[in-house]
Design a binder for this molecule. Structure first.
Ligand SMILES: Cc1cc2nc3c(=O)[nH]c(=O)nc-3n(C[C@H](O)[C@H](O)[C@H](O)COP(=O)(O)OP(=O)(O)OC[C@H]3O[C@@H](n4cnc5c(N)ncnc54)[C@H](O)[C@@H]3O)c2cc1C
Length: 480
C-alpha cells in the first residue's frame, strides 16, 4: 500500500481556507496530506468581517485567527505574501508569481473576491496605482492605509451605499470625519432592502451625522497631488480629503482563468466543490455553485466542512446543496437585517408589512403559502432570529404570518431552543445550552466549544444572556 502523503496545495489564505484547515485538522487530515498554503496577503489568516474594528483603531492582532506560528506548529507550510499565477494542471504544479514551482496532488482555490473599481477620471497615478487618498476596503493593508490617512475634521466621500460602504462611513464618521455617502441607486442597500426600507435606513444614517446622496455617482477625483474633492455626475463637487470605493465585489478568478478551469461568474464547481479538472476544487467567494456566487462568510464555511469531508473520506457522500443567505448591517445603533426575496415574485406571493413611522421601523415578509421566501427588518430587528429560523429551515409560518414579524410570538418551548443564535456558524440555542451544561462558563469558552460568535460576533451579547440564564451561578464568568 502506498503510504506517501499526498500534497494538498491551497491558494488563498482567507476566511474559507482558515475554516478548511480547522475542518481538515478535526478529521485528522495531516496524516494523509502535506498541506502547503499560498496567501497573497502577508501574515496569517484573520477575520475579515471585523476589519471595521481595525479601521476604527483596534490592534490588528486582535482579529488575527491564525498567526504564522499556528501553521508552523502543525507542520503546515505557509507561503505568506506569495501570489500564485496559475496551476499547471497537467504537470500538477503550482506556479507562483515570482516563478517558483511546487508539486501538488490536490489543489484548492480559495481566492475570494476582488473589489470593483470604477474607472473614474483622476483616480489613478501614471503607473496605474490608486492615487494617495483613494482607497478600497477589502484587506488589512487597505484598512491600515485608510486609518493612517484619515484625520478628524477631514472630509471623506464613500462611493457605494451597500453593507461595506455604510460600515466604512460609520467608522470614519465616529472618528470625527465629515462623511458623505454617494450611492448610484435610488435608495441605500438596494440589494437587500426595498425602496421604503432604503429610505428609512437613509434617515437613520443621516441621524448619525452622515450625509447621503442617492441616485448620484462620482465621475472624477479632483486635486493636483492630494485628493481635494470629487465631481458628481450632476457636475456638483464635494470637498474630499479621501475617497473610499465600496462599489461591490466580483469573484477573484485570475488563477483559475490562467489555469484553464471553467469559469462563469465564479469558478464553476459541483456538489463536491470539485471543478471539472480532476484534483482541483474551489470554495468561498471565488466559487460558483448552482449558478450562484456568495459574498458572505457562512456559505464559505459550509463549503469548507463539506470539502473536508470529501478530501479526508470522513464522509465521501457529503454534498453541498447551496446556502440560504442572511445579511445584517453591523453598524452600531443602526439595525438592519435581510434575507431571501425582498419583493414578491409570483402573483400568489403574500406580502405583510409593518411600518412604524415615528419610530422609523419597518418590518416586511414575503410568504409563499406558509413558506417564508424573504424578509427585511429596518430599525427593529427583534424578530430576526425567528425569521432566520423559518427561512433557513423552511419551517411553516404561523397561520397568521404577521405573528412571525412579532418577536417571541411564534417560537416557544422546543422551537425556541432550536432557534439559531449564531447565524455565521449556524449554532442553535440548544447546542449552546448543551455546551453550557457541559461546563462552558464564559463567553470565550462558549465560542471555543461551539464556534458561535467567531464570525461577525454580533451574537456575543446573546451568548452572555444565555450564560446568565443557564450556567450554574457558581461557575459563571461574567465578562463578554
Ligand atoms: C470589510 C468587510 C466586512 C465584511 N463583513 C461581513 C459580515 O458582516 N458578514 C459576512 O458574512 N461577511 C462579511 N464580509 C465578507 C467576508 O469577509 C467574506 O465572505 C469572506 O472573507 C470570504 O472568504 P474567502 O476565503 O472566500 O475570501 P477572502 O477572505 O477574501 O480570502 C481570499 C484570499 O485569497 C488571496 N488570494 C487571491 N488571489 C490569490 C493568488 N493569486 N495567490 C495567493 N493568494 C490569493 C487573497 O489575498 C485573500 O487573502 C465582509 C468583507 C469585508 C471586506
Amino acid at each position: 500500500m502506498n503510504t506517501r502523503k499526498k500534497r494538498l496545495a491551497i491558494v488563498g489564505n482567507g476566511m474559507a481556507t482558515c475554516r478548511l484547515l480547522d475542518e481538515l485538522l478535526q478529521r485528522g487530515a495531516l496524516h494523509r496530506y502535506e498541506v502547503e498554503i499560498f496567501g497573497g496577503e502577508r501574515g496569517g489568516a484573520y477575520n475579515r468581517i471585523l476589519l471595521s474594528k481595525v479601521l476604527g483603531g483596534d490592534d490588528p492582532d486582535a482579529i488575527v485567527t491564525k498567526p504564522p506560528a499556528w501553521y508552523a506548529a502543525r507542520g503546515v507550510t505557509l507561503h505568506d505574501g506569495v501570489s500564485v499565477r496559475r496551476l499547471d494542471t497537467t504537470a500538477k504544479l503550482v506556479e507562483t508569481a515570482d516563478g517558483t514551482h511546487h508539486r501538488y496532488d490536490v489543489a484548492v482555490l480559495a481566492t475570494g473576491s476582488q473589489p470593483l473599481v470604477p474607472p473614474l477620471d483622476g483616480m489613478t497615478t501614471d503607473d496605474g496605482e490608486l492615487r494617495p487618498g483613494v482607497f478600497i476596503y477589502r484587506t488589512m493593508e487597505d484598512c491600515l492605509k485608510m486609518r493612517a490617512h484619515a484625520r478628524a475634521g477631514d472630509n471623506a466621500v464613500v462611493l457605494g451605499g451597500g453593507l461595506l460602504g455604510l460600515e466604512a462611513a460609520k467608522v470614519l464618521s465616529d472618528g470625527g470625519l465629515h462623511v458623505t455617502v454617494v450611492h448610484a441607486a435610488r435608495t441605500l442597500m438596494n440589494a437587500q432592502l426595498d425602496e421604503l426600507g432604503g429610505e428609512m435606513l437613509e434617515r437613520q444614517i443621516e441621524s448619525h451625522g452622515i450625509f447621503v446622496r442617492t441616485g448620484r455617482t462620482v465621475e472624477a477625483v479632483l486635486g493636483a497631488d492630494a485628493v481635494d474633492g470629487v465631481r458628481l455626475d450632476d457636475d456638483k463637487t464635494l470637498a474630499a480629503d479621501m475617497l473610499v470605493l465600496a462599489c461591490g465585489v466580483r469573484p477573484q478568478v485570475e488563477v483559475a482563468r490562467a489555469s484553464g478551469l471553467p469559469i462563469n461568474k465564479g469558478i464553476v464547481v459541483n456538489d463536491t466543490l470539485a471543478t471539472e479538472v480532476p484534483g482541483v476544487y474551489a470554495i468561498g467567494e471565488c466559487a460558483e455553485h448552482g449558478g450562484r456566487t456568495y459574498g458572505i462568510v457562512s456559505p464559505a464555511w459550509e463549503q469548507a466542512a463539506i470539502l473536508a469531508d470529501v478530501l479526508t473520506g470522513a464522509n465521501p457522500q457529503a454534498r453541498y446543496r447551496g446556502s440560504k443567505v442572511y445579511t445584517r448591517l453591523k453598524v452600531a445603533g443602526i439595525d438592519v437585517a435581510s434575507m431571501g426575496r425582498i419583493d414578491p415574485e409570483l402573483d400568489s406571493d403574500e406580502v405583510i408589512q409593518v411600518v412604524e413611522t415615528r419610530r422609523g421601523a419597518y418590518r416586511k415578509l414575503v410568504a409563499r403559502g406558509r413558506t417564508l421566501v424573504g424578509a427585511m427588518l429596518v430599525g427593529n430587528t427583534a424578530a430576526a432570529a425567528n425569521l432566520v429560523q423559518l427561512f433557513d429551515r423552511g419551517d411553516l409560518l404561523p397561520e397568521d404570518p404577521l405573528e412571525a414579524l412579532c418577536p417571541g410570538a411564534s417560537l416557544g418551548g422546543d422551537a425556541r431552543a432550536d432557534r439559531t443564535v449564531c447565524n455565521c456558524n449556524k449554532v442553535s440555542e440548544a447546542s449552546l445550552r448543551e455546551a453550557i451544561s457541559c461546563g462552558a462558563a464564559s463567553v470565550e469558552a462558549l465560542c471555543l466549544a461551539t464556534r458561535a460568535g467567531t464570525g461577525c460576533g454580533s451574537c456575543k451579547t446573546e451568548l452572555a444572556q444565555l450564560l446568565a440564564r443557564h450556567a450554574p451561578a457558581a461557575k459563571r464568568v461574567v465578562a463578554a
